[in-house]
Design a protein around this ligand. Structure first.
Ligand code: PHE
Length: 457
């Protein structure tokens, strides 16, 4: 086994870096509109239950695989079982596909941050501003999504280039606390708007009559993306964890931080939105356009809205950066393991790849908008392929690998190797063998039925 030289310098450094990966656009942009769409309080309730059972099981499995093998995902799966070696390359494809997609959205955030910084926030409130920007409708380099995507890739690459301790761990250690403070400040601003209380009730009080299968499936799909599961990322970060660290404790903390930010994002957005819409929650499920299309309008109506808007996009930028760093780090570690090149060269290669594919993706919403795969625009197809197809399949096969081939005991051994007590050991075994695979099969089936328009959720 080739032992990696890179490692985190402390347990807390690892927790913050892994939380930095987990906390991202999924928490701040996706979670609030899903919560609003799937019934508010009831969604939150189910999400939290799933996080401490399903999410915990998958997250601790991946981190334990990483620490046990000290390898990136391609070789890690092969080391565990020759029959399941194909899972490595499959999991490696996901971060490669997600990286350019994520950087494109990161670029949009930089653009919005820039507009707030240059006191041009009212421009963002125009009804067609976002669609026009995304589809490259305006002249000038500062209006080009490609320019902002390139800038975002370059910043990400600069952090990764500095290495695990100096780059990733340091950035996360400084940025994550800033992120937590920003969450509080913005939530307080949002909750102070007159009329916010209705939205707060909708968000926090579970209404069991709103419970449905789609609430559970929606929460499960979200959890997956939010914890950066099934794409080799947590295996890579796990491979940098020191052998003496308590894994269960670390995973608990990562999970709590990730869920905390998601819950806070709902607090920032849902009550403010409901107040803005005079008590009506329906429009918030508008979904992806929420952050770029609707939120600037909500901020515009708030006292000190320009400042809050700036803080909000700064928060999203920090969250997106620590996530994109984890994706690029994973890609480069795969290249280092496979091609036996130096870290420097691998990072450069992956950066160039992200830039080239990123440009194509940006064009996919612009001049190439008519180019469709399975009747989806190119960026949407990337999103569908990774989130809806590859990730659930990889997670399902990982559960089968752990549950029935290498057996849960091998993961439990890794978790308890310093004589730690694994408090949720029984639950872990039942989850990985029975419940998680069933949940994953349901996710895959529902995605399939959704695609063929047999169900709409
Ligand atoms: N977990 C991140 C989020 O919530 C998303 C992510 C996906 C991060 C893939 C890394 C890799 O936004």
């Amino acid at each position: 086994m080739n032992k990696k030289q890179d490692s985190f310098s402390s347990r807390i450094g690892f927790v913050l870096a892994a939380a930095g990966s987990a906390i991202g656009l999924g928490n701040l942009w996706r979670f609030p509109y899903l919560a609003a769409r799937y019934g508010g309080g009831i969604f939150l309730f189910i999400y939290i239950i799933l996080a401490i059972t399903f999410g915990f099981t998958l997250l601790i499995s991946e981190i334990a695989i990483g620490r046990k093998t000290k390898l990136s995902c391609i070789k890690a799966y092969k080391t565990l079982s020759n029959k399941f070696a194909f899972l490595g390359p499959l999991a490696a494809i996901v971060p490669m596909l997600i990286l350019p997609f994520y950087c494109m959205i990161g670029g949009w955030i930089l653009k919005y941050l820039f507009e707030y910084l240059t006191l041009n926030a009212s421009a963002l409130c125009g009804d067609t501003y976002f669609s026009n920007f995304m589809s490259m409708g305006s002249e000038g380099i500062l209006n080009s999504p490609i320019f902002w995507m390139i800038l975002f890739v370059v910043i990400t690459a600069a952090v990764v280039r500095m290495g695990v301790k100096q780059g990733i761990e340091k950035t996360s250690t400084y940025m994550m606390p800033v992120l937590f403070v920003l969450c509080f400040v913005i939530a307080i601003f949002s909750l102070s708007i007159p009329g916010a209380i209705d939205g707060l009730k909708y968000y926090l009080v579970p209404d069991f009559s709103k419970f449905s299968t789609s609430t559970v499936l929606g929460a499960m799909g979200q959890l997956f993306f939010s914890m950066s599961l099934a794409m080799g990322i947590m295996i890579t970060y796990g491979s940098y964890v020191n052998d003496e660290d308590n894994l269960e404790k670390s995973v608990n903390q990562i999970e709590i931080l990730d869920t905390f930010v998601a819950v806070m994002a709902g607090l920032m957005i849902i009550p403010a939105f409901v107040a803005f819409n005079n008590g009506d929650v329906s429009g918030i499920s508008a979904g992806p356009g929420l952050m770029f299309g609707v939120l600037p309008k909500v901020f515009e109506t708030m006292p000190m809205g320009g400042f809050v808007g700036f803080l909000f996009f700064l928060l999203v930028f920090v969250a997106a950066l620590t996530s994109s760093v984890s994706i690029l780090e994973t890609c480069q570690s795969i290249v280092v393991d496979q091609a036996k090149v130096e870290r420097k060269t691998a990072t450069l290669g992956c950066t160039i790849f992200a830039l080239v594919v990123g440009i194509i993706l940006c064009l996919g919403y612009g001049p190439l908008a008519d180019f469709k795969i399975l009747s989806m625009q190119l960026p949407d197809f990337f999103d569908f392929l990774t989130n809806s197809v590859l990730m659930p399949i990889i997670a399902l096969l990982t559960c089968i690998l752990i549950g029935y081939v290498i057996k849960p005991e091998s993961i439990i051994c890794e978790i308890t190797k310093n004589n730690e007590v694994f408090k949720r050991q029984k639950m872990f075994t039942v989850m990985i063998k029975y419940i998680a695979p069933i949940c994953l099969i349901l996710i895959i089936l529902s995605e399939f039925l959704k695609y063929f328009n047999i169900i709409t959720i």
